[in-house]
Design a protein around this ligand. Sequence first.
Ligand code: FAD
Ligand code: NAP
Length: 555
Amino acid sequence: MIASVNNLPKPDARAKSHFDAIVIGAGFGGLYMLHKLRNEMGLNVCAFDRAKDVGGTWYWNRYPGALSDSESMVYRFSFDKDLLNDFKWSTRYLMQPQVLEYLQHVADRFDLRRSIAFETGIAAAHFDEARALWLVTTDEGEQFTAQHLVAAVGPLAATNIPDIKGLDTFEGETFHTSKWPEKVELVGKRVGVVGTGSTGIQLITAIAGEVKHLTVFQRTPQYSVPVGNGPVSEKYLSDIHSDWDGLWRSVRGSAFAMGFAESVIPAMSVTEHEREAIFEKAWEFGGGFRYAFGTFADILIDPEANHAAASFIRRKIAEIVKDPETARILTPTDYYVKRPLCDSGYFEVFNRDDVSLVDVKANPIAEITPHGVVLSDGTVHKLDVLVFATGFDAVDGNFKKIDMRGKGGLSLSDHWNKGAASYLGIATAGFPNMYMIAGPLMPFSNFPPLLEIQVELIADLIEHIRQSGADSIEATQAAEDEWVKTCGDIASQMLLTKADSWIFGANIPGKPKRVLFYVAGVANFLAVVKEMKANDFAGFGLGYAAATATAEVDA
Ligand code: FAD
Ligand code: NAP
């Protein structure tokens, strides 16, 4: 039985209880999926988001200093020439308000909001095998059905707050960076920040000097290079605008889709002097991905190359940070293999008198009290505000938060109990017609081009079902197992495994440790997809179970 919607006034989005497709999430991925399915394929679609508006990552992450470190020219959609030409930008990188404004513009331009139910979370999605339909339930208990379910729930959106004794006793204000309220007053306050990943270093750099005193609780030091943000020239912009096709061709022909030429030179093939000059040039120009992948081809592969890139940054830290003990604590000693970071003067911040660095690996946080943080040796840091920049249960976190059940009532969490799995990052065995955007084992790259590739692939799968006269499509278990193995094999040939991070799920206690990405790059991924399609969608199986099901629903 199809439950009816309640008596609330109904925007277009929830005017029906059955849809051809339901999309969960209205970030980059969900917005393009909605446009593709509704505006281009003519399907009847409803999207849901817990947020009050579109934007996803850029709706939620409003912390001071939040910036995209993919360059402005490629941190956008490529699918529409007019969209590319009519949304102007003037700096090499976009701050959070600018990305949010861009996504709002996308929603307006393609009239997407009328098909999105905001402030509506999806709690459950169960597959009805007899009718080949997804029964989707909101947090409030409303129910909807759809033939296709697209989960665009965000790769970096399931907030991770560490379980620290006494956290709920703190009498000051507590925030996680990814749930940052619109107005937060930090001026004149003693602020503590836990976490020094991409988020932490942006926040710390932005608020140092603004707050009364800043205490940084650092567990693992980070390699970071300058971001190099600033205004771009008219000539730079007109060159990009005159050859969008060339840019996107090069993006899709590269590994990381960042819009610059990745190096093909091994680091040890040049002299030490030349190597230093190349690193120095990259440091001056700015950009984490440019430093890691625009300088030499083998920084993630050859330990010597990695050592050279890492040592260069270590020497820079020693030059920048005046106090030798502070510099020691800030200097990483492990491999340079986490997601590349860049900053707007992070290490310089620690030369300020109103900033303290606390090494919580040497002296862990013991507990949080009403007035601040107490370390294991008894040191007390009194705080008015405590910020967690502690990252995410990345990639599979938000998928598992939904009570998702596929064939035979199999729950997604049970299916993934040994580690998140997929075929091509978009489908998982046992869950017909459920498509993931930014699902586990997607290519590791700049996201917008990748999300476009995934949306287009999902559209192809849906078209394939329609043309075959089938009513469902599903990744086979064999294809999924093979893809998991392929991704694991590729990662194990690189130095990536030398450091624990969210890329392997290692930041979440108890989470199975497995690479969460296909790290062979976008161009290779596209070649795999091309072959899969040429082989009649190899690895996917069609289902014909439910020819008469939709007669019951009120489409
Ligand atoms: P999101 O933008 O995360 O959107 C997911 C949406 O799904 C959210 O709005 C959420 O509310 C909604 N949702 C989730 N679960 C449910 C549910 N059960 N019910 C209803 N709604 C739900 N990537 C880059 O490539 N380059 C960058 O420079 C970069 N910078 C980043 C900076 C920050 C601070 C962060 C956190 C991430 C950054 N990323 C960057 C990664 C970024 O997440 C992606 O680039 C991209 O925005 C992801 O888009 P998405 O649509 O897949 O997911
Ligand atoms: P993150 O990289 O996972 O960093 C989390 C930080 O919190 C780490 O320093 C971690 O220390 C620390 N931490 C976690 N638990 C802790 C605990 N119990 N005690 C002390 N410290 C703890 O998360 P993130 O910084 O939010 O970034 C996640 C990803 O989002 C990035 O890699 C990037 O892809 C994206 N992002 C991008 C940008 C950008 O520049 N465009 C900005 C923000 C985010 P350990 O290292 O010791 O675990």
